[in-house]
Every structure is written in structure tokens, then in C-alpha cells.
Design a protein around this ligand. Sequence first.
Ligand code: GLN
Length: 248
Amino acid sequence: MKELKILYLYPDLLELYGDYGNIQILKYRIEKRGFKAIIDRYCINDEAPDFKSYDLIFAGGGADNEQSILAKDLFQYKDKIKEAVDNGVFFLLICGAYQLFGKYYKGVEGNIVKGLNIFDYYTEAIADRKQRCIGNIVIEATLNGKKTKVIGFENHGGQTFNIDKPFGKVLFGNGNKFSDTEEGFFLNNVIATYLHGPLLSKNPEVTDYIIKYCLDRKYNEDIVLDPLDNSFENACREQLLKTFEVPI
Ligand code: GLN
């Protein structure tokens, strides 16, 4: 039986706004196809993970305080994580985790949290707790050449700059910063985004993009995923897009 190994980083600290749901949805859609999902968790001071042995590494959102708490622990793995990114391991990074893979995150108090500097972007929060990008968001992403609307919810004070490869074009909401036209950061094997929701609950095509990428890379095949019944997700999407007056 084909299997995918998933590493869930800091489930106790980076789990803001239900991002754990992304792990549940990945597991569900992997197993519905008859594959096996192996999920390991890593918390501060656990034994160092073998990052390159995983197919997918996930980390969710976190408040400024939690980001500061884990940053030092995360930074010790900078080179191993960079190696995993360069080797094609898939990274799904939501909000706080997205920010920590850049050069730095400057929190609302002005404190600088050193990032892994794996990507060239950097993030600075506005020094006013009331100034946050909060609300529903819709972006248009291109996955395997196919345009798809990605729907989520954003809640971040951080404004992210110096993005050369955005995850998508903003159709509704803010994006990487207030009133931005771009959201997130994207490579074939990296989706870094501000979209909570959890992200994958409303976006089955994004989940299947990730699953297919990981399977194809691991088994060196062009795997065709059995279609699943997405009627519930699509009904939710249609309703949301209508509410936000974004063409379906
Ligand atoms: N603390 C970061 C910010 O406010 C990230 C928030 C989050 O992960 N939702 O921008």
C-alpha cells in the first residue's frame, strides 16, 4: 500500500484558528484513496526529526508570543529544513509558520523574531494591535496550470514584503498586506499562505494538488487520484463566492 509520511510541526503552539484541520483533511483524502497517512508530531525539545524523510511538512498559525517561544527551537533546524525544501519535500505553511520561513518577523511590540531565511520575504506587523488584516479572503491560484479560486479566512497583523512568487492573486480580502493584490508564497513544493479556515476544508483542489505532488515525487509515477465526492465542499464554495460577490 502506498503511503505518505507527514510531519506536523509544533501542534501545541502553531495551531491558531483550527489549522489542525488541514492535517485531518489530508489524512481523510489520502485514506479515501486507499493510501496510508503516517502523521508524526514534533514539539519543542523533542528528538530532532529527519526532515528529508518526510513527504509533507505542515505548520500552522501562531500568535506573536508563541512564534517567539518556538523560534529558537525551530532555528536549530534551519539547514536541515533548507535541505528538505531543496530536495522537494512539500511544505504547507499557514500564517505564523509562513512568516517564520522568511528573513524575520517583526511583531506588534517591535520585537524581531529571526526567521529561517529560507525565502527572501520578510514580515513586519503594524505597531497597533487594532490594525490587523481580518476577514474572509478569496485568491486565484494556478495549480498544475489550472486556475482555481482558493477561499479562506485571514487574521494577521504581519505585513509581508518582497514576495517574488505569490500563491495567488487577491480577488477578495487583503492578502500579504492591507489591500494587496497578491497573497502568500508558492513554489511547486511550497504553499505558504495567510489562509486559515482551515485552508483545506474549503479547497479540495489544493488538498489533491498536495497529495498528488507528494505521491508522484515519492513513487516516481504520474498518479491519477480517484475523484472524491466534493459536493458538500462545492456547495459551501458557491455560497461563499456568492456572498463575497466573486464570480464562481
Ligand atoms: N502573529 C502573526 C501575526 O499577527 C501570525 C498570526 C497567525 O498565525 N494567524 O501576523
